[in-house]
Design a protein around this ligand. Structure first.
Ligand code: EPZ
Length: 423
């Protein structure tokens, strides 16, 4: 397994291009199952999760071609050969569950392996199943699979009330509803930019949707959908991650393609911590104002609150802040696994349940550390950029799931970082 060697060094400067959003692309790709006409996605990120979704769609009989070095995905599913999403693919990536809604809507049935848990929590899919039932589907759990069946006449519109905000369940319900007969209302829907992006793509395909980005989305079912070409929205989590590089190291970096509206709550926290964020014609310019980063308190919430996917990276910044910070993780039950690794670098962190208290230290010290999940892996790289000495991050396969060309992008702004080939 490969590892990444980071050597702490001074301020960074230059530009980092931000790619298309992994979590938008992973819900846009299954949308091809809703139509027999071609769907073309541009600004697609080059990530292992995208390759996994490609394999899953191909296993169903869809055609997926990666063009232009993977930045364009040409998809079509005019002749599906299966409605079964196998365990050996689903267990690698939870987002596989997002084929459930489209398969039910267009093909009337689906057999999708239960994803199983992952490092950050149990991550059940009960809200996905309840949403499908609200649209008339019968759901039967057996032998580790969800066996879903639409009524003879197809899914029918209904009211889907989410007891808690779920990004994936909102996406599944949205994709199921666009071909259901009649009107569907999603209440307490997730408001993430990735859902807005999905709705905009579905609308280009002929869907009738109103209210995306709010907690109430209304869908008027149509008989069929056409094809479309759609540009994947900028990845706000990659954006926030790279904004933290100059924050933790000092210097000034422009994140190309960055937009403040994607990360309002996060940018407000950076401002509170003494980091300046300036909108430019080509993105967001980030610099650490004079002196040390100030301690701030963070609570993760559904959009438009502070994103859980930036909690680990923010913790790395706060490890060297002046003062004590408290981070509350309200979305997942086990998302502090980066804390013990940061403590190996000299961070002072007390974790109790969903709350982590970070007492700022003057400097972190490089150490061998281990990535435990996607966002934790990049949090350790950020810490290594600011630490004295060398940090070796192992198990970087986590990183390849969600960050393209990390070494190249950080070297481009002066970081001392390299990838070491493992056996
Ligand atoms: C999406 O996961 C993202 N993944 C996650 O990003 C992100 O952290 C999460 O949304 C929250 O923003 C993709 O988009 C592929 P949820 P998702 O359903 O949809 C509970 C990353 O690093 N829940 O909004 O799975 C769940 O356990 C990944 O890129 C149920 O109880 O998240 C969690 O506690 C990590 N039952 C909470 O809701 C359900 O049926 C929010 O989960 C579904 C979810």
């Amino acid at each position: 397994m490969d590892s990444i060697l980071v050597t702490g060094n001074g301020p960074l400067s230059g530009q980092i291009p931000i790619a298309g959003a992994k979590n938008a692309c992973l819900t846009l790709m299954p949308a091809t199952l809703l139509s027999d006409e071609p769907l073309t996605l541009t600004n697609a990120p080059r990530l292992s999760d995208i390759r996994t979704m490609t394999l899953l769609l191909q296993s169903l009989g869809a055609e997926v071609q990666a063009l232009n070095d993977g930045q364009v995905l040409a998809l079509s599913s005019h002749a599906l050969t299966s409605t079964r999403a196998e365990y050996d693919i689903v267990r690698k990536m939870r987002a596989s569950i997002l084929v459930l809604g489209p398969l039910l809507a267009r093909h009337g049935e689906a057999q999708v392996s239960l994803p199983g848990g992952c490092a950050i929590g149990a991550r059940p899919v009960d809200l996905h199943l309840r949403a499908m039932e609200a649209l008339g589907a019968e759901m039967d759990l057996r032998d580790g699979y969800v066996h879903a069946k639409a009524p003879a006449g197809g899914l029918r519109g209904g009211v889907v009330r989410f007891p808690l905000v779920s990004v994936g369940a909102t996406e599944n319900a949205l994709m199921a509803a666009v071909l259901a007969r009649g009107t569907t209302v999603l209440e307490n829907a997730a408001r993430e930019p990735e859902i807005v992006d999905l709705a905009q793509c579905l609308r280009k395909m002929g869907a009738r949707i109103e209210g995306e980005g709010t907690s109430r989305i209304e869908i008027e079912g149509v008989d069929r959908l056409g094809g479309a070409t759609h540009r994947v929205v900028t990845d706000r989590i990659e954006l926030g991650t790279y904004m933290l590089a100059p924050a933790i190291c000092g210097g000034e970096v422009e994140c190309l393609g960055g937009r403040i509206d994607l990360l309002q709550a996060f940018c407000e926290k950076l401002d509170e911590a003494g980091i300046s964020v300036e909108e430019t014609a080509t993105g967001l310019k980030v610099a650490r104002k004079n002196g040390r980063v100030r301690a701030v308190n963070v609570v993760t919430e559904p959009f438009p609150g502070f994103p859980t996917d930036l909690q680990a990276q923010m913790m790395a910044l706060l490890c060297t802040a002046e003062g004590d910070s408290v981070l509350e993780e309200k979305i997942f039950e086990n998302r502090f696994m980066h804390a013990p690794e940061l403590m190996r670098m000299g961070a002072r962190i007390d974790v109790h349940g969903g709350t982590a208290r970070v007492r700022g230290v003057d400097a972190l010290r490089g150490a061998p550390v281990m990535a435990t999940d996607l966002r934790a892996s990049v949090s350790l790289i950020l810490a290594g950029l600011a630490a004295e000495g060398e940090t070796v991050v192992s198990r970087v396969y986590h990183l390849d799931r969600g960050y393209e060309h990390v070494v190249r992008k950080l070297r481009g702004v002066g970081a001392k970082i390299e990838r070491i080939k493992g056996e």
